[in-house]
Design a protein around this ligand. Structure first.
Ligand code: ATP
Length: 585
């Protein structure tokens, strides 16, 4: 397939903010893509070369790209930097520099998607001594063969600035329309994606085989399964209303969720956002490697413990284990326990269809087989009524947990779904909000006084799955230490935009905008009506949205969440309604 066809589609998609038009452009693109190339096209659209869990990165710094571009365009780095300052994007700089170079394209051959993909793959896979020079040569060679418009996208892809803003759901809608003629089959694609976490593979099977083959995609070892998630409940009465009868109440531990995959002697760990994090917990890995279990997938919460008192330590302590160097020292200072709470695959067979009570029995078996005190079953009790739920909640809070999870005994494991089969209950609600919200940073105001050179306030948004946009609900400036401020400043740099992102719905003016990527945890005293925030606009009252009162950063950056995992608009609306109920009671 000619690369210019993909470039045409990218250019169209860059200029639209409407989800419907994006879907249309994607449908047209998929219809002209040869089936054997659809997998690569999907990855390129997502700005990656392979699914996230394979962890493939380009590994090229900006200054290396500038050197490659200097070779290709015949301009020196200083004059390139000058243009870069005005364009602000390396892709745009490439297009401009290549359009004005002395020679025209060096190759008479048409550039293809296959060729671009294979060179990019080679760049990503090149490592070791001298690899930077080899990578520069590969980039130079590739952009020399491209037209300036094509070169712009090659570079945008390499530096990660291909911001088409296309969510996975939109890609699945378009795949369903292009290959089955209707959006209603999207649910089958979604199930397959939830089991395999590989949209490229799902698309390829759809394009080269059939919908039947899609239904056969099941969970398998070393491909992370998209996690099942919980709904929140405000009160014990509400939890009981949802479960109607007996249910399993468990400690809700405040650590990091991991999914463990064990084959024959080989173990991989995946994070909640499906990245491979095997290297973060070598101690857990070696316990599982040495255990007798094989061909199994299970999930649990890793929690740091105090080696002297054996008490659970907060999430922030666990994060100190996230380092590349001196891992063994960190392991000694911050030992961890894995508290296992679900099993998805056992002895080579999927178990997600089993009722939870039976999966828990299997888990008991699994823990006995692992037989190491650092891998435990998460504490559980069967609750029958409101009283027993209240008792268990208070027990969990005393033990230092953030709350409890109440699980329906008969429920299947629903990959990628949030529902009332699992209910999370934190402290009881009073008139104040006690639960935290996870919100996406979408904009900022520059700091003044002590905060000059950093951000003074951040604009935060919740996720609206219906329109696939992020709607603002708060501006936050408190709760940040100097360290937080400078870390956030650095982390946000790569997502900087001069204009509001197409998927952000905001009416407040900001100094600077961001691609919606970073999720942070916020506490607030209550939710109020607001004429300027767009979250829940017109839902509770005409021309009013919902805003957080006295928002404060808790210190927790939720880097285990992607932007679409942020608190949803409907959750904020329901918190607002519950709060009104509680106040008027
Ligand atoms: P939160 O923001 O409240 O931490 P979340 O949005 O990350 O939650 P939820 O589905 O709302 O995810 O809550 C479930 C999370 O709680 C799980 O992802 C897991 O990390 C954690 N957890 C702690 N204890 C348990 C347990 N016993 N069973 C299931 N999940 C648990």
């Amino acid at each position: 397939m000619e690369f210019s066809l993909l470039v045409n589609a990218f250019e169209q998609m860059e200029t639209t903010t409407s989800r419907l038009s994006l879907t249309d452009y994607l449908v047209q693109l998929f219809k002209i893509t040869p089936p054997e190339e659809i997998e690569k096209v999907i990855y390129l659209i997502q700005g990656k070369l392979r699914p996230d869990f394979e962890g493939i990165e380009m590994g090229l710094a900006e200054k290396m790209i500038l050197r490659a571009l200097a070779h290709s365009s015949g301009k020196n780095v200083a004059s390139l930097l000058e243009i870069y300052r005005s364009t602000g994007d390396l892709g745009d700089l490439t297009k401009e520099a290549m359009a004005h170079r002395n020679q025209t394209t060096l190759s008479s051959q048409v550039m293809t998607v296959e060729r671009v993909y294979s060179v990019l793959f080679k760049i990503a896979k090149t490592s070791g001594p001298g690899s930077q020079e080899i990578k520069i040569k590969l980039v130079t060679g590739l952009i020399n063969e491209c037209s300036p418009r094509e070169a712009r996208y090659v570079i945008k892809f390499i530096v990660g600035s291909l911001r088409l803003g296309i969510a996975d759901n939109t890609v699945m809608d378009a795949l369903s329309l292009a290959f089955t003629g209707s959006k209603k089959n999207r649910v089958l694609l979604e199930n397959a994606y939830n089991s395999s976490s590989d949209l490229g593979q799902v698309a390829k099977i759809l394009a080269t085989e059939s919908l039947d083959a899609i239904e056969k995609i099941k969970i398998s070892l070393f491909k992370p399964v998209r996690p099942m998630l919980a709904e929140r409940s405000p009160t014990i009465e509400d939890v009981f209303k949802q479960v109607k009868g007996s249910a399993a109440a468990e400690f809700k531990l405040d650590g990091e969720r991991i999914q463990v995959h064990k084959g024959k002697g080989h173990v991989e760990l995946f994070s909640r956002r499906l990245e491979k994090i095997t290297g973060h917990f070598p101690d857990i890995v070696s316990i599982i490697v040495e255990s007798r279990i094989s061909n199994s997938i299970f999930e649990g919460e890793v929690v740091a413990i105090d080696p002297k008192t054996l008490e659970f330590l907060p999430f922030q302590v666990l994060m100190r284990r996230r380092r590349k160097h001196r891992v063994s020292e960190a392991m000694k200072n911050y030992p961890v326990y894995l508290n296992v709470f679900d099993i998805l695959y056992y002895d080579g067979e999927s178990k997600i269809q089993l009722p939870y009570k039976d999966r828990r029995k299997l888990l008991e078996h699994l823990i006995a087989e692992i037989n190491d005190r650092r891998v435990l079953l998460v504490p559980q009790e069967i609750v029958e009524d409101e009283k027993s739920i209240a008792r268990y909640l208070s027990k969990a809070l005393h033990a230092g947990c953030e709350g409890i999870m109440v699980k329906q005994l008969e429920s299947e494991y629903r990959a990628g779904a949030r529902g009332y089969a699992w209910i999370k209950l934190k402290k009881e609600y009073g008139s104040n909000l006690t639960d935290t919200l996870d919100l996406v940073i979408v904009g900022a105001l520059y700091g003044r006084g002590r905060r000059v050179g950093r951000y003074g306030a951040l604009l935060l948004a919740a996720y609206d799955p219906t329109s696939d946009t992020f709607k603002t609900t708060s501006k936050v400036g408190t709760g940040f230490t100097d360290q937080h401020l400078s870390d956030l400043y650095n982390n946000l740099e790569k997502y900087l935009l001069m204009h509001k992102h197409p998927r952000v719905d905001a009416s407040m003016p900001m100094d600077i905008w961001f691609e919606p990527k970073i999720v942070i945890e916020i506490v607030a005293s209550e939710i109020t009506l607001s004429p300027i925030h767009t979250a829940g606009m017109n839902t509770v009252k005409e021309n009013y949205g919902l805003a957080l009162r006295f928002p404060k950063f808790t210190g927790k950056v939720r880097d285990d969440k992607i932007a679409e995992d942020a608190t949803k608009i409907e959750e904020i609306v329901s918190l607002y309604k519950q709060q009104k109920r509680t106040i008027s009671n």
